[in-house]
Design a protein around this ligand. Structure first.
Ligand SMILES: Nc1nc2c(c(=O)[nH]1)N[C@H]1C(S)=C(S)[C@@H](COP(=O)(O)O)O[C@H]1N2
Ligand SMILES: [Mo]
Length: 355
């Protein structure tokens, strides 16, 4: 049961290609938008997009609570709402760059996006239910069900009682000012700002408060940084500091290598961290690092824009960006290998030809 897949060296498999086509990334040119248009936001769907009916949907709150609740969507939408701009990143972003790699979605750089989510603070709903003194964790169950490594389960994740009371955790029903699209969790999803995407459970239909730690497959069997199959690992939680370059010039269709004309160009990009604001972004041309200009955060949990004036000279060049957050976390120059391919926040590198 729950036997781990064997790491892969070499060519991508048909299964990985199918996963990549289903769970598509944000095209890097969409780094130009402060808020990613909903149709360009990256997607990660483990099983199937759940079939849901908003008119019949109820959010159940059960377990170690004073009053169990069953809330209709209309009732939830009548409660005071908040809108937050939040950068989500898949914990597996960058997995496709490491070798051997774990058999899963082979993200390169594109498993990241930013949206404006509107909903009710989770704390308000849990306040109505009242956590019992023994409450330890809340488990969030999606309506999507499937089998992974032989184990049938709902997609479900938990948070600790301190984390669920954070006012920025939302029960969201709108994205970028429009109703949540099916692929992003309609009619209701959790948004956990600052955390890797797996915490933000989509098609949320049940919150179960436990007096012990949740041990579901998506909680303990996955989303851990592990150095070997025997390593119990460290849970993936907050998004590691990271950055990306908005690719300048024009791409080659097949290799995506960029071509641009010589002269001064303003190279743009984004940087983010779930731990703290971005303090610094460095930009390298052929390994020579210089300071980029970083904009102040537009929102606590949203990526920050950066730019660098580059006097591009003819030839073949490698561009790279490296962010540092206010806690001093800095991106590694090369991927740090992880068994599950999680948390690869190594610097973004881009090869360009200047004519
Ligand atoms: N119910 C459910 N919630 C889920 C998932 C899922 O497969 N099922 N995938 C998670 C993962 S791993 C990520 S990265 C984010 C992606 O959210 P998005 O598809 O809206 O970008 O959703 C999370 N919530
Ligand atoms: Mo993810």
């Amino acid at each position: 049961m729950a036997e781990r897949r064997v790491p892969i060296a070499g060519r991508y498999t048909e299964q990985e290609v199918a996963l990549a086509a289903r769970n598509r990334g944000m095209p890097l040119e969409a780094l130009r938008y402060d808020v990613t248009p909903a149709g360009l936001h990256y997607l990660l769907i483990h099983f199937d997009i759940a079939s849901t009916d908003e008119a019949l949907w109820r959010l159940e709150v059960q377990g170690c609570v004073q009053h169990a609740l069953s809330i209709a969507m209309a009732e939830l939408k009548a409660m005071p709402a908040r809108t937050l701009r939040v950068t989500l990143e898949c914990a597996g972003n960058g997995r496709g760059q490491v070798s051997p790699r774990y058999p899963s979605v082979p993200w390169l750089e594109e498993g990241v996006s930013t949206a404006e989510w509107t909903g009710v603070p989770l704390a308000a709903v849990l306040g109505r239910a009242g956590l019992a003194p023994a409450a330890k964790e809340a488990v969030f169950h999606g309506a999507d069900r499937g089998i992974d490594r032989g184990v049938e389960h709902d997609f479900a994740r938990s948070l600790g009682v301190a984390e669920v009371m954070d006012e920025s955790v939302l029960l969201a029903y709108a994205m970028n000012g429009a109703p949540l699209p099916p692929q992003h969790g309609a009619p209701l999803r959790l948004i956990v700002p600052g955390w890797y995407g797996m915490a933000s459970v989509k098609w949320l239909q049940r919150i179960e408060v436990l007096d012990h730690a949740f041990d579901g497959l998506q909680q303990t069997g996955s989303y851990h940084f592990r150095t070997s199959t025997l390593d119990p690992g460290v849970p993936c939680r907050r998004i590691r500091v990271n950055s990306a370059i908005l690719p300048p010039g024009i791409p080659d269709f097949y290799t995506r290598r960029r071509t641009l004309g010589a002269g001064t160009i303003s190279v743009q990009g984004r940087a983010w961290s779930g731990e703290a604001p971005i303090r610094r972004v460095e930009f390298a041309i052929d390994g020579h690092w210089q300071e980029a200009q970083v904009q102040a955060p537009a929102a606590t949990h949203a990526w920050q824009a950066w730019s660098f004036e580059w006097r591009a000279e003819p030839g073949e060049h490698e561009l790279a960006s490296r962010a540092t957050d206010a806690l001093g976390n800095v991106q590694p120059l090369d991927p740090v290998w992880d068994l599950g391919g999680f948390g690869n926040n190594s610097v973004h590198r881009l090869r360009v030809t200047v004519l």
